[in-house]
Ligand binder design. Structure first.
Ligand SMILES: Cc1ncc(COP(=O)(O)O)c(C=O)c1O
Length: 384
């Protein structure tokens, strides 16, 4: 039998995707995944925008388009980022089929087998899978309650000579922790000092329920080495698959070439819908609605975890709370038992590039209403 490419060795697919099969069963309370709430998905508004877009630009939308992206989306995304302190002209942006594709295109452009990528530990396991498919070596950097520690990054840069540092600075997946401003500045300075790319993955920034917004690492970047990744998945719809990345021109060009052989271009109807959504000014009110919805759910989850005496992070936004089970219990065994009680979550070990930490787990709160959160946590309390 012909063998599969070596790049697939040891890669079995995302643990979350397997858990998705379980949560698709009726009646399962899902604290797994990172899905927006069903109430946050505006199918009628999106249908109207799709109809309008096809009505005025139909022939262009339905035709092949440029890999560089739908121009009106680039204009709107540039304004969207500017309001968030990220200065990126439309030409410096590449619309992508979700941020997942940004990670893929960056790896395609930069990573040779055996190259090192520094990652927070724990970090987003979807990113790990992509990086591993490019046969990158993942090397952990230390983190604490204020996020990635710059001294640990610098030490790792000197030791491993990485191509890339991958960071989720705001309401991190999986921990919910936010990187402090001082560290953001220090990390931007590291990129300049060591001439190294920083991949700033920031899909949760707008999902803040308490506290003040923080400037992006990219806003302190003077070296042009910080790539800023944004996504409309958690803000408008993950199914539309639209994100953008701001990157320096030489790397952006390589990513465009890489995209030509991946999907040629991001779905133009989706790009046109998101462009119109932003141009109409729908986002601020929608964000206010989902912040209220998710903020209440987060508070309910934190209160429940406190009642249970479970050690947890206290995020100011995002979609996840990170927990540690008492007495070093194994979260994978707890998941097996929880599933029998129709509750699912993701064991934390999957988020560590070097495994271990079996007593940790990630809980999502956006996808369950407050009473369901209480019921799910009661079932978990029995399991634990
Ligand atoms: C940190 C992080 N980056 C990227 C993604 C993927 O987002 P997208 O839907 O834009 O591909 C996720 C999704 O959960 C995420 O948590």
């Amino acid at each position: 039998m012909p063998s599969f490419a070596a790049r697939y060795n040891g890669i079995t697919g995302s643990a979350i995707r397997e858990i998705f099969k379980i949560i698709a069963r009726p009646g399962v309370i899902s604290f797994a995944g990172g899905n927006p709430a069903a109430e946050a998905l505006e199918e009628e508004r999106i249908a109207d925008l799709a109809r309008e877009a096809l009505g005025s630009d139909g022939k262009r939308i339905l035709q092949y388009g440029g890999s560089e992206g739908w121009p009106p989306l680039k204009e709107e995304a540039s304004r969207f980022l500017a309001q968030r302190g990220v200065d990126a002209a439309p030409d410096s942006l590449l619309p992508v089929s979700g941020t997942t594709q940004t990670i893929d295109l960056v790896c395609k452009a930069l990573i040779d087998p055996g190259d090192t990528i520094l990652v927070e530990n724990p970090s987003f396991l979807g990113a790990f899978q992509t990086m591993r498919l490019y046969q990158a070596r993942l090397s952990p950097i230390e983190t604490d309650e204020r996020g990635a520690i710059p001294e640990s990054i610098e030490e790792a840069i000197l030791k491993t000579r990485p191509k890339l540092v991958y960071l989720i600075p705001t309401f991190q997946n999986p921990t919910g922790v936010t990187l402090s401003v001082e560290r953001r500045k220090a990390i931007a300075a590291l990129a300049a000092r060591h001439d190294i790319y920083i991949l700033e993955d920031d899909p949760y920034r707008d999902l803040r329920y308490t506290g003040d917004d923080l400037p992006a690492i990219r806003s302190f970047d003077e070296s042009g080495r910080v790539l800023y990744m944004s996504s409309f998945s958690k803000l408008i719809s993950p199914g539309l698959r639209v994100g953008v990345v701001a990157a320096p021109p030489d790397l952006l060009r390589k990513m465009v070439v890489g995209k030509q052989s991946t999907d040629l271009h991001t779905d133009q109807l989706s790009q046109a819908i998101v462009a119109r959504y932003l141009a109409r000014g729908y986002l601020p009110d929608h964000l206010a609605d989902i912040r209220a919805l998710y903020g209440e759910r987060l508070n309910r989850m934190l209160a429940g975890l406190d009642r249970m005496g479970i050690e947890h992070t206290t995020p100011e936004g995002g979609l996840f709370v990170w927990c540690r089970l008492p007495g070093g219990r194994d979260a994978r065994a707890a998941l097996d038992l929880a599933i029998r009680k129709n509750v699912a979550f993701v064991p934390g070990t999957h988020f560590y590039c070097d495994g271990g930490h079996e007593d940790t787990l990630r809980l999502n709160f956006s996808n369950s209403d407050p009473d369901t959160i209480d019921r799910g946590l009661s079932a978990l309390a029995e399991v634990i």
